[in-house]
Design a protein around this ligand. Structure first.
Ligand code: NAD
Length: 294
C-alpha cells in the first residue's frame, strides 16, 4: 500500500520509519530538508513537495504542529489525491479545525480521520502509540492497519473531531492532576511530612492517580519518572501548555465551565514563561515550590 507522510519531525519521522519497516511504500515530505534526509535514511522515499508525495497515494498521514498547518496543507494537497484516498491527521489540533479538515476532505470526496496520539517520541520510535480516532466507521476500518503499524492501542472515539476531543479532555485531566499532586508534596514538605510517607499513603488511598503513582513529580519516590532524570522530558511543559490552551479554546467555543482547566493553563503558561518550556511538565512542582502564598 502506498502512503504519503507529511511532517517528518520528532514524531512523524519515527512514525513514517515504522510504516516503511512494516512493508508500506512510504513517500515523505517535510519543509525542513534535514528532516526529509533523515527519513530517507530510514526507508522513506523523499518527495520534492507535498503534492508530489500525495500523487498516487492510497493514504496520506499528516503530523504537523497546529490546526492552521493542517488546513493550509489540506487546501493545497487534497486536489492532488486520487479519488477515495484516506487522509489521516495525527497532529494534535483544535477540534474546530479538525472538523473543518474533515469537511474539506468530504467536499473533495475523500475519506478522513483525526487520529491524535499519546505516547510521545518514545512511543513513536517503539511503535507503541495510542491513537484516539474520530471519523466515519468505514474510514476507521480502512485506517486501522496503518495505525496498527505505528501504535499498539487504537480507539474509535466517534465522529469527526472526536479523537481530538478525547485527547484534550484526557490531557486537561493530566495537567490538573499533576498540579494537584505537586501541591500536595509542596504542602507536605512545609508540614515536615516525608515525601515517601505521603506517597505510601496516597498511592494506596483516595488520592491515587496516574500523576502520583506512575509519574511522580518528586525524585526518589515511586517508579522511575522524569523527576529522577532532572526533569528531562518525557512530555515537555510546552506541549502540556499547548494542550491545555486547546482545551480552553474548546471550552470557550462550547460554553463548558472548566475553572480548574483554566487555572491549570495559567499556571503552565507562567511556568513556560519563566523558563520551564523544555523541562518535563512534572517540573511544575519546582515552580509551585518556589512560589509564595499571596
Ligand atoms: P515537530 O515540530 O518536531 O514536527 C512537525 C514537522 O512538521 C516539522 O518537521 C515541520 O517542518 C513539519 N511541517 C510543518 N508544516 C509543514 C508543511 N506544510 N509541509 C511539510 N512539513 C511541515 O513536532 P512534533 O513533536 O513531531 O509534533 C507533531 C504533532 O504531534 C504536534 O501537533 C504535537 O502537538 C503532537 N504531539 C507531539 C508529541 C511529542 O512528544 N513531541 C506527543 C504527542 C503529540
Amino acid at each position: 500500500m502506498k502512503i504519503a507522510f507529511i511532517g517528518l519531525g520528532h514524531m512523524g519521522g519515527p512514525m513514517a520509519a515504522n510504516l516503511a519497516a512494516k512493508g508500506f511504500a512510504v513517500t515523505g515530505f517535510d519543509i525542513v530538508p534535514a528532516n526529509l534526509e533523515k527519513a530517507a535514511g530510514q526507508g522513506v522515499a523523499a518527495a520534492q513537495s507535498a503534492e508530489d508525495a500525495v500523487t498516487g497515494a492510497e493514504a496520506v498521514v499528516t503530523m504537523v504542529p497546529a490546526g492552521q498547518h493542517v488546513l493550509d496543507l489540506y487546501r493545497h494537497i487534497l486536489k492532488s489525491a486520487p479519488p477515495n484516498t484516506l487522509f489521516i491527521d495525527c497532529s494534535t489540533i483544535d477540534v474546530a479545525s479538525a472538523r473543518e479538515a474533515h469537511g474539506l476532505a468530504q467536499q473533495a470526496r475523500l475519506q478522513s480521520l483525526d487520529a491524535p496520539v499519546s505516547g510521545g517520541t518514545a512511543g513513536a520510535a517503539a511503535a507503541t502509540l495510542t491513537f484516539m480516532v474520530g471519523g466515519e466507521k468505514r474510514a476507521f476500518e480502512r485506517g486501522q492497519p496503518i495505525l496498527a503499524a505505528m501504535g499498539k492501542r487504537i480507539v474509535h472515539c466517534g465522529e469527526a473531531g472526536a479523537g481530538q476531543a478525547a485527547k484534550i479532555c484526557n490531557n486537561m485531566i493530566l495537567g490538573i492532576s499533576m498540579i494537584a499532586v505537586s501541591e500536595a508534596f509542596v504542602l507536605a514538605e512545609k508540614l515536615g511530612l516525608d515525601a515517601k510517607a505521603l506517597y505510601d499513603v496516597a498511592s494506596a488511598a483516595s488520592g491515587q492517580c496516574w500523576s502520583l503513582t506512575t509519574y511522580c513529580p518528586v525524585p526518589g519516590v515511586g517508579p522511575k519518572s522524569p523527576a529522577d532524570n532532572d526533569y528531562k522530558p518525557g512530555f515537555a511543559a510546552a506541549l502540556m501548555l499547548k494542550d491545555l490552551a486547546l482545551a480552553q479554546q474548546a471550552a470557550s467555543e462550547t460554553g463548558a465551565a472548566t475553572p480548574l482547566g483554566a487555572h491549570a493553563e495559567q499556571l503552565y503558561r507562567r511556568f513556560n514563561e519563566e523558563g520551564g518550556a523544555t523541562q518535563d511538565f512534572s517540573a511544575i512542582i519546582r515552580h509551585l515550590a518556589a512560589a509564595r502564598r499571596d
